[in-house]
Design a protein around this ligand. Structure first.
Ligand SMILES: [Zn+2]
Length: 51
């Protein structure tokens, strides 16, 4: 899977654990890498990528 913000590939550590975070709203689900997570707030990312 790729980061919704920068397009960087996100590594899966094991099972559902990833080096990043899931943003979920209804049926929409995107992932954001740890770097973008630090650059932007969760609220900002949700506004941008989950409409
Ligand atoms: Zn990113």
């Amino acid at each position: 899977m790729k980061c919704a913000s920068c397009g960087e590939k996100i590594e899966e550590i094991f099972l559902e654990k990833i080096k990043g975070t899931y943003l979920v709203k209804g049926k929409n689900k995107v992932v954001v890498c740890a770097v973008c997570q630090q650059k932007y707030s969760i609220e900002e990312l949700q506004k941008k990528y989950l409409q």
